[in-house]
Design a protein around this ligand. Structure first.
Ligand code: NDP
Ligand code: 8X3
Length: 260
């Protein structure tokens, strides 16, 4: 039987790279994101390249009703989800606390915390039911960040949202233990995706500056780490995996001199 992975935020960056990584390893893939045109392109490419079965699930994770309706109406043969990559998220703005835009704060909390919770809640229920019925072991991989381990200047609410991911991951690991669901957080450092372009609202120059003098993580580096967490023996659960590029020590310390 094919394994099934459900990836939120699969239209770009880590989520898209995870879709290709898991497809290359024979998984059937459920992909989510708001941009339906991108989901279609990715589904076509996965089907062409790997002969992967793909289910597209376009919804906004902020929309509680849409999340539960979409996940509860997944066709029966797709409900046997082995792995959830709970990845959809974003940063908006990088401003001092007293100057930040409240709507940016609301969107980050609604997406990175509330949306993240809705998806985890809906999928964990499916995994628990399946464990009771068949003994299958589910695995939830939450996308955290080094920003969820250490705050930095002007990171305020984005960092707080990722601290929440860390706390919720720990709480889920306790509460889902009785259903034998593995819960892992993957915590990357700076990675060049659409993340900074979104954060700086389309300002390409400012977005690019974040990676000045660095060879940052790529989306594929993160997808490799996510996939790795699913390859350990059944009785082993990687609780958390933190990765940065070689030139980054933590959220603040970088060595921005590229060595060839
Ligand atoms: P990208 O901007 O490249 O991708 C973000 C993905 O999230 C897109 O597919 C986007 O899809 C989706 N998304 C955003 N909001 C929603 C929403 N409301 N509903 C559904 N999908 C949504 O960024 P990354 O791949 O870099 O980021 C992925 C995750 O990794 C995020 O949680 C981010 O916080 C985290 N992260 C990123 C790091 C980095 O440096 N890049 C480092 C550490 C963590 P669409 O727009 O189509 O909805
Ligand atoms: C994204 C990494 O350091 O830009 O989560 O906040 S950082």
């Amino acid at each position: 039987m094919q394994k099934i992975v459900f990836i939120t935020g699969a239209t770009a960056g880590f989520g898209k790279a995870c879709a290709f990584k898991f497809a290359a390893h024979g998984y059937d893939i459920i992909i989510n994101g708001r941009r339906a045109d991108r989901l279609q392109q990715i589904a076509d490419e996965l089907e062409r390249k790997f002969n992967t079965a793909v289910l597209q699930l376009p919804f906004d994770v902020q929309d509680e009703k849409a999340v539960f309706e979409a996940i509860n109406s997944i066709p029966a043969e797709w409900k046997a989800i082995d792995v959830l990559v709970n990845n959809a998220g974003l940063a908006l703005g990088r401003d001092y606390f007293d100057e930040a835009d409240l709507s940016d704060w609301n969107t980050m909390i609604d997406t990175n915390v509330k949306g993240f919770l809705y998806v985890a809640r809906a999928v964990s229920q499916l995994m628990a039911e399946r464990h009771t019925a068949t003994g299958a072991i589910g695995h939830i991989i939450n996308m955290g960040s080094i920003a969820g381990r250490e705050v930095y200047e002007k990171g305020n609410v984005y960092c707080a949202s990722k601290f929440a991911v860390d706390a919720i991951t720990r709480a889920m690991r306790i509460d889902l233990l009785r259903h034998r669901i593995k819960v892992t957080s993957v915590n990357p450092g700076a990675a060049e995706t659409e993340f900074s372009l979104v954060r700086f609202k389309g300002d390409e120059q400012t977005a690019k500056k974040i990676y000045d003098g660095l060879q940052p993580l790529s989306a594929e580096d993160v997808a490799d780490a996510v996939y790795y967490c699913t390859t350990v023996p059944t009785h082993v659960c990687i609780n958390e995996l933190t990765l940065t590029c070689l030139q980054q020590a933590n959220t603040i310390y970088f060595d921005r001199e590229l060595v060839k």
